[in-house]
Design a protein around this ligand. Structure first.
Ligand code: LLP
Length: 425
């Protein structure tokens, strides 16, 4: 993890940089990202999945430096908007390394995907087939995959489970929509169906749901072969690999996932007399979550009844995940040593929302006071990418650390940035 090393003052360091120094230089709140950690996880994925495509899911966190890192480490990218796609292209990622997703792609999305020549567009509904084909210039063909719902319930919270039919994404195998869409796709001369895709959910900490999904997808591939006489050469299993936010939680064992998925794929294909398709995976969180630490300054401490509230200078505006998904973080005091006993506190934000909390009932030293720094580990994924800029509070900057040096990747969003879109009319 990003913060295991200890600096001279006993503080956690990230790649040799002390967190209080980052706070002093860049202010708080601030997101600190360990470049070495991100790169190592990219490499670990490539060695766990040799011969497969590893596509980093940009929705977890995206900026130009992140694109450079994943590209240099041999990964491709999963994007889900024209904006993400353009940022990736500007950062120099070859468009053929990009897969474009979305359950409701706008005309701008489709045009951008085709203009830049992305490697694959993942079709999510039957109606999208004709709409997409109408945008493809005559005489050319766009490679596409079909996102199917394998009927597997998995994922850390109801809001991030996507493997069953009651979800908005994908084409159900069970009710026939997947086969129906595939039929539409193979009829379109301007589209080339290269394979099936699924993404069954997020924060999945066991291998079994992936193995079941593989079996269902290969079953569909065999029926497609029987019905249409085509053998699909690709299978993309999406992402969803769990990370631990605090001790006692279990991350998904990625090398074990790779072994079991390969074995199941080989067995299922042999049984159906199909060649083994080329595999792709799309990890987002598992690449970047642990590399990130959020740093906050304590602004107020309040005791009311049995509760102690420690209020910091960020909150829901930079991390809505505790409110949305009940995620439990483990904040800790940095910047000074405390010998005081610990007691359970609730770390809250500065926003006008009763639910604006970063962590409830977490142990912090009894003498925590305004001016102290709190670090929230495992804050690299779905933080800035899920924020909104409410209460005219701008988003924190992102600082990368590597080899004992810190550099600004994304600057702080100012109140003026937020005001600049207001026409005043
Ligand atoms: N591929 C597709 C098609 C996806 O929809 C997603 C995530 C991923 C890959 C990457 O999943 P990961 O490996 O990061 O779990 N905002 C939520 C997570 C939403 C995930 C959406 N899709 C959160 O903060 O937990």
């Amino acid at each position: 993890p990003a913060t295991t090393a200890r600096g001279p003052h006993g503080d956690p360091t990230v790649s040799g940089v002390e967190l209080p120094d980052v706070a002093a230089q860049f202010g708080t709140p601030v997101y600190v990202l360990d470049e070495t950690d991100v790169r190592e996880r990219c490499r670990a994925y490539r060695s766990a999945f040799p011969g497969a495509d590893v596509l980093y899911a940009a929705k977890a966190f995206l900026c130009r430096a992140m694109v450079h890192w994943v590209h240099e480490e041999g990964l491709g990218l999963d994007v889900c908007s024209a904006g993400d796609l353009e940022l990736a292209v500007i950062a120099g990622l070859p468009p053929e390394r990009i897969v474009f997703h979305g359950n409701a792609k706008s005309p701008e999305d489709l045009r951008a995907a085709l203009r830049h020549g992305v490697g694959r567009i993942v079709v999510d509904s039957t109606s999208e087939t004709a709409r997409l084909a109408a945008h493809v210039p005559q005489g050319t063909r766009q490679r596409v995959m079909a996102r199917v719902v394998p009927g597997v319930a998995a994922g850390g919270h109801a809001a991030i489970r996507t493997g069953t039919d009651d979800r908005k994404s994908g084409l159900s195998i069970a009710d026939g929509s997947a086969m129906h869409a595939v039929t539409r796709l193979v009829e379109q001369p301007r589209l080339e169906l290269t394979g099936l895709h699924c993404h069954i959910g997020s924060q999945i900490d066991t291998v079994k749901p992936y193995v079941v999904a593989v079996r269902h997808l290969v079953g569909l591939m065999a029926r497609i072969r029987d019905r249409h006489g085509i053998t699909l050469p690709e299978l993309d299993l999406g992402g969803g690999h769990a990370v631990a936010h605090r001790p006692g939680e279990h991350p998904l064992d990625v090398p074990e996932l790779a072994r079991r998925v390969r074995r199941e794929l080989a067995d299922a294909c042999a049984q159906s007399d199909l060649p083994v398709p080329r595999l792709a995976v799309e990890p987002g969180r598992a690449v970047v979550a642990r590399a990130g630490v959020a740093l906050y300054r304590v602004l107020a401490v309040k005791r009311t009844g049995a509760r102690v509230f420690v209020a910091v200078d960020g909150g829901t505006s930079d991390n809505p995940r505790p409110a949305l998904y009940g995620v439990r973080y483990a904040p800790r005091l940095v910047g000074r040593r405390s010998t005081a006993a610990t007691r359970p506190v609730t770390v809250v934000g500065r926003h006008c929302e009763a639910g604006d909390a970063l962590a409830s009932d977490v142990p912090l030293p009894d003498d925590v006071r305004p001016g102290d720094l709190l670090a929230v580990p495992v804050a690299g994924a779905y933080h800035l990418s899920t924020t909104s800029g409410g209460n005219s509070v701008g988003r924190p900057p992102v600082v990368a650390v590597a080899d004992g040096r810190a550099r600004l990747l994304v600057r702080r969003e100012s109140a003026q940035d937020l005001r600049s879109r207001d026409t005043g009319l």
